[in-house]
Design a protein around this ligand. Structure first.
Ligand code: SAH
Ligand code: MG
Length: 216
């Protein structure tokens, strides 16, 4: 099979945490927004959601940045719910998803439109200066990393741009609180209004302020 023709067809078989319906929603939103500026994702993992976003850049032009230290979130570590032992670097015993990510993007033929930024989200955000057409937050889901991603990255969404948040579960029995709390925080800021919900994906549009300005 030649996945280069339609990377979307290959996306469901990529290892990761992105249901096809939600990935296709991201793809559609990125298609709409990419002409206005870069798309940026927090939480590359093995490249699954990046394929949905990158496939949009293949069609619409533009660029997707995806930020990850590739050492896994808390819930990906040994002994936790979402641990995958095959992602551990035998030399060090630490997780390393970067080789898997690279292979995914290579096989999908998206190396020219999906750019990996390897590092701690907070460190990258501190130096980031480019307004974003779409920000997709799917990094660490603990309270500290989730709120740091919002505080560090949401200011860079341009007015009219989208803030998409993954794993938003209004019912606590479905999943952890922090992404839901961040979603509420974004709405409470009044800088964003909700435009769409697909599965655990929530999509907000920035309606006030300027890129680079804090959003509360
Ligand atoms: N979007 C992916 C899933 C992301 S899982 C998919 O479609 O499958 C969350 C990812 O966030 C993990 O790979 C983890 O390494 C990364 N992450 C967690 N906290 C981070 C932080 N503080 N800085 C950078 N990356 C982080
Ligand atoms: Mg997720």
């Amino acid at each position: 099979m030649d996945d280069h023709d339609d990377p979307l067809a290959a996306a469901p078989s990529v290892r990761g945490f992105m249901p096809d319906e939600e990935g296709r929603a991201l793809h559609r939103l990125a298609l709409e927004r990419l002409p206005h500026g870069p798309v940026l994702e927090i939480g590359s993992y093995c490249g699954k959601s990046a394929v949905y976003l990158g496939a949009a850049a293949r069609k619409a032009g533009g660029i997707v940045f995806t930020v990850d230290h590739h050492r896994g979130s808390e819930e990906n570590q040994e002994g936790w719910e979402h641990h995958d032992a095959t992602l551990v670097d035998a030399r060090t015993g630490r997780m390393d998803t970067l080789p898997f990510f690279r292979r995914t993007i290579e096989e999908a033929g998206l190396e020219d439109v999906v750019v990996a930024v390897v590092g701690e989200s907070r460190a990258v955000a501190t130096w980031w200066r480019t307004p974003l057409s779409l920000l997709f937050i799917d990094g660490g889901h603990g309270p500290d990393p989730a709120h740091a991603d919002y505080a560090g990255w949401a200011p860079w969404v341009m007015p009219g741009g989208f803030l998409a948040i993954h794993d938003v579960f209004p019912d606590p029995s479905d999943g952890g609180r922090p992404p839901y709390d961040v979603y509420l925080r974004a709405l409470a800021s009044l800088a964003y209004v909700e435009v769409e919900a697909v599965g655990s994906l929530r999509v907000l549009r920035r309606v006030s302020g300027t890129a680079g300005e804090g959003v509360g």
